[in-house]
Design a protein around this ligand. Sequence first.
Ligand code: G6P
Ligand code: ZN
Length: 545
Amino acid sequence: MNISQQISTTPFLDQKPGTSGLRKAVTVFQQPHYLENFIQSIFDSLEDLQGQTLVLGGDGRYYNRQAIQIILKMAAANGVGRIKVGQGGILSTPATSCIIRKYQALGGIILSASHNPGGPDGDFGVKYNISNGGPAPEKVTEAIYARTKVIDRYQIIEAPDVDLETLGESRMGDMVIEVIDSVEDYEKLMESLFDFDRIRQLLTSGNFRMCMDTLHAVAGPYAHAIFEQRLGAPAGTVRSGIPLEDFGGGHPDPNLVYAHELVDILYGENAPDFGAASDGDGDRNMILGRKFFVTPSDSLAVLAANAKLVPGYSSGLAGVARSMPTSEAVDRVAAQIGIECYETPTGWKFFGNLLDADKATLCGEESFGTGSNHVREKDGLWAVLFWLNILAVRQQSVEQIVREHWKTYGRNYYSRHDYEGVDTDQANTLMENLRSLVPTLKGKQFGNYQVEYGDDFSYTDPIDGSVSNKQGIRIGFTDGSRIVVRLSGTGTQGATLRIYLESYEPDPAKHDLDTQQALASLITLADQIGQIRNSIGREQPTVIT
Ligand code: G6P
Ligand code: ZN
């Protein structure tokens, strides 16, 4: 008999979930009762937990296994009926979403700090996803947060640790624990969407080579199983494919800065035709051609424009959605196809209602996230398979496909400048100043640029009518250029200021410029209007993507 215990505790006042769950340094999570308080607050906010099914897994980072053992014992004490847990504690974020949906679970707990570094000195995180498979909406995260502020006890069962390696069922108290294959359900879903035969032909044809870097994070086992074992790509196609607790000391973020080994390969001698990377929990992706980088905003637009070539989307798209700072490239595709394009705040959770209501089929964000209504999270490997499917059908290079796209729709030059670790007060003051300035900008001329509108983005969800204010400063110009300024909701140290820059170029003769050069005057203007470098005392952005 397992004994359920009530443990007294006191609240931690810093358990407010951010853009993507609660993310803190591992050392913060290791404080006595810290994880337990947050998990109990999740359980307490769920109305009908008794006897229900939950899904549990994580990206394999340091503290993943310990946290899983604690959560299993708490779930059993809280009356959960069944928990499906990924083998070895491994489940990617999109796979978790897939499994929640497939087995109609009440929800899932994902242990990940996404692309933040891992290890004893790195970060850890907890996200709760609801029954549609998507991130908990604000209503739910606010209830969880409210609970963390008053919590005074949690429940846990005294039981030995569970063997997470062996597939199959066991019991803890009245709860069934099912250790599941981390990849199987997800792989079946991918097979139902993409033309695996055609992709296999491409990958085994001998005249196409790809390289997938999973950065020692969770997507490794999925990529091995799908690309190498299933689709016939040669062994070694997947790099850094074994999940490590500290991601091999790297930063598991698929962008030009952190996935530089892959970038070196794709820009080096004898480069492969196609390169891709994914992040800590497998929901982000970066797409590269030979000596060619596809911006996430362009990637979304290309997927939308070519969706009919892919079996899962051959009947067309209901609509598309992008986060506000994402470039307007996809808007142009939507306009041409004659479908709606929704502009949402940053954060995948805002796509949930649009996907559920079948208003949008594809969604994407500039932050290297792309996905569709197949799950309710962005999905890194899905994006890679989508590209492979397009490449297999069109038999052109990545670069040719993107250049043709620009010719048809025009090119949205795009870049994001991040200032990381900024003093929080200085960052807030900068935003306050901008917020009061933007309404006065309309009609003003700055060199060649005339301001068409300026606001602090506010979003009214078309399905449930909920309103999200203060989602970032937008300054739009009459030539289609935009400057967007917002503070990151995912950083863990100080504030991260993000400046998003975009200019539109319809003329194919001007599609060959270096991005930073093409945006140079807009970059200067952003600094002039926002007094950015002055206000935060920085000369240069920390990261330019
Ligand atoms: C996570 C979220 C995304 C979001 C990204 C950047 O990956 O899932 O939806 O776009 O963080 O958010 P941030 O607030 O740091 O710009
Ligand atoms: Zn992620």
